[in-house]
Ligand binder design. Structure first.
Ligand code: CO
Length: 366
């Protein structure tokens, strides 16, 4: 990742439409400046980007050491202590905007708390989504970015392998989820890419179940859905297993999901529309009579964020390009009984999609 170059691209895109960009911590800040502060909470940490001069950084004194993480040449760096008001620096920085376009790019994840404090200062501008500009180039991953994503996927694969060695029966979903988080970090993740999901028995029929105190038992189906962060980049994998004995009919359902996954992977290549990848998986599931039980889009883009563009919905006509990375994750959810989902991370090459996650996709009975 080359923040200097990324920032240059954003600035060249701002030309006639925007007066500047107001960025707070998150994946855009990291992508554009290399700064990736954690737990900033209510303290103002911001970068103001101008089309015609170097950017300004406003940073809490507590985070002063982070400045060296950035290769960006700032016009001004305002370091503020807890007994100072950082908003006076922001006011000054905003006054330096030329203001001819009356339009500012605003970080999408900026907290409303910050936005409310500065809304009067921003009164003369309309606000546009920074994501909508950055995602145009963030979607296409460089070789280096793909290397990081591959590593994040490998960490997820190693974690699954290690998990299969464990005694799962009798453990609660919460215990297993924390164990997965620990394994991810032991294998090299800096963090998890989202909250780990372990859904057992009837809970697996809820696609976004939150781990509970339920203990795994014989004849349970269990979905594990988790991901690693490596150098800022995410992986996202789901695997479904049976405990000791598979419930009746579950092998058939598993094979349908597996076939939906492999059939939709087969058609991935540069130039294909996102919606066709969704349809390919959906057709397999609908033909088998489980259309109603596949409740979500087939996948989402992945990179610095666990969910980002492109979204693989039935409606999205966007053409998939070489270098795009996304998940394919068909599932069938049978309320009150069990659910099955298999998810891989895919990297688009000219003529095919390459799976970054490689864990076993056979129906494993533990
Ligand atoms: Co996913």
């Amino acid at each position: 990742m080359d923040p200097k170059n990324n920032l240059k691209r954003l600035i060249s895109q701002m030309d006639d439409s925007y007066d500047g960009a107001l960025i707070t911590p998150g994946s855009n800040l990291y992508y554009l400046t290399g700064l990736n502060p954690k737990n900033v909470l209510e303290r103002l940490f911001s970068v103001i980007v101008y089309p015609d001069k170097k950017p300004v950084l406003i940073i809490p004194k507590l985070y002063e050491d982070y400045i060296e993480q950035s290769s960006i040449d700032f016009e001004n760096i305002y370091v503020w202590g807890d007994d100072q008001d950082p908003y006076k620096y922001l006011e000054k920085a905003l006054k330096d905007l030329k203001g001819c376009n009356k339009n500012l790019l605003i970080e999408d994840s900026m907290s409303a708390d910050v936005l409310m404090k500065i809304k009067d200062l921003l009164g003369k501008y309309s606000w546009s989504s920074l994501n909508s500009e950055t995602s145009r180039f963030r979607k296409i991953k460089s070789k280096e970015e793909v290397r990081h994503m591959k590593k994040a996927a490998e960490i997820a694969d190693h974690t699954f392998e290690a998990l299969l060695e464990e005694q799962l029966i009798g453990k609660t979903e919460i215990e297993l989820a924390s164990h997965i988080d620990l394994l991810l970090k032991e294998f090299g993740a800096s963090d998890t890419s989202f909250e780990t999901m372990v859904a057992s028995g009837p809970n697996s029929a809820n696609p976004h179940h939150f781990p509970s105190k339920r203990r795994l038992k014989e004849k349970d189906i269990v979905i594990f859905d988790y991901g690693a962060k490596y150098k800022g980049y995410c992986s996202d994998i789901s695997r479904t297993v049976a405990i000791k004995k598979a419930p009746e009919g579950s092998k058939k359902v598993y094979d349908i999901v597996k076939s939906a996954l492999s059939k939709s992977k087969e058609i991935v290549k540069a130039g294909i529309e996102a919606r066709h990848i969704d349809k390919q998986a959906r057709d397999v599931i609908v033909d088998e009579g489980f259309g109603e039980n596949f409740k979500h889009r087939v996948g989402h883009g992945i990179g610095l964020d666990a969910h980002e563009e492109p979204y693989l919905t039935g409606e999205n006509r966007e053409k998939i390009k070489k270098g795009m990375t996304f998940t394919i994750e068909p599932g069938i959810y049978l309320k009150g009984r069990y659910g099955i989902r298999i998810e891989d991370d895919i990297y688009t090459m000219e003529k095919e999609g390459k799976s970054l996650t490689k864990s076993d996709r056979e129906f494993i009975c533990l």
